[in-house]
Design a protein around this ligand. Sequence first.
Ligand SMILES: O=C(O)CC1=CCC(=O)O1
Length: 95
Amino acid sequence: MLYAVKMDVAIPRDLDPEVRADTVAREKAYSHELQRGGEWAHIWRIAGQYSNISIFDVTDNERLHEILWNLPLFPFMTMEITPLAQHPSDIAVQT
Ligand SMILES: O=C(O)CC1=CCC(=O)O1
C-alpha cells in the first residue's frame, strides 16, 4: 500500500544543541535504513519549509504507524497522511 506523508518539523529552539544534533542524525540513519529496504520510497524537501513529503510503500496501516511512531523526530512533528490509489489515467498501469 502506498501513502503520501507530509511531515512538518518543529524542534523547540531551546532544545539542547547536542540532543538536537543526535536526534537529527538518528532520524537520517533511520530514514536511510528504510529507504534501502524499499519501504521509504521517496523523500522530497518542501521548498522553503522544514517539511518533507515522503512516499511509503508498506504492507498495511499498522506497518506505516510503526515506522512513523519510531521516527526519532516524531515528538517534534505533525503529519498529514494520504493513502494513495492508482489513477485510471496513469499510462504506466493502463492495459
Ligand atoms: O528533515 C526532515 O524533513 C525530517 C526528516 C525525515 C527523514 C530525515 O532524514 O529527516
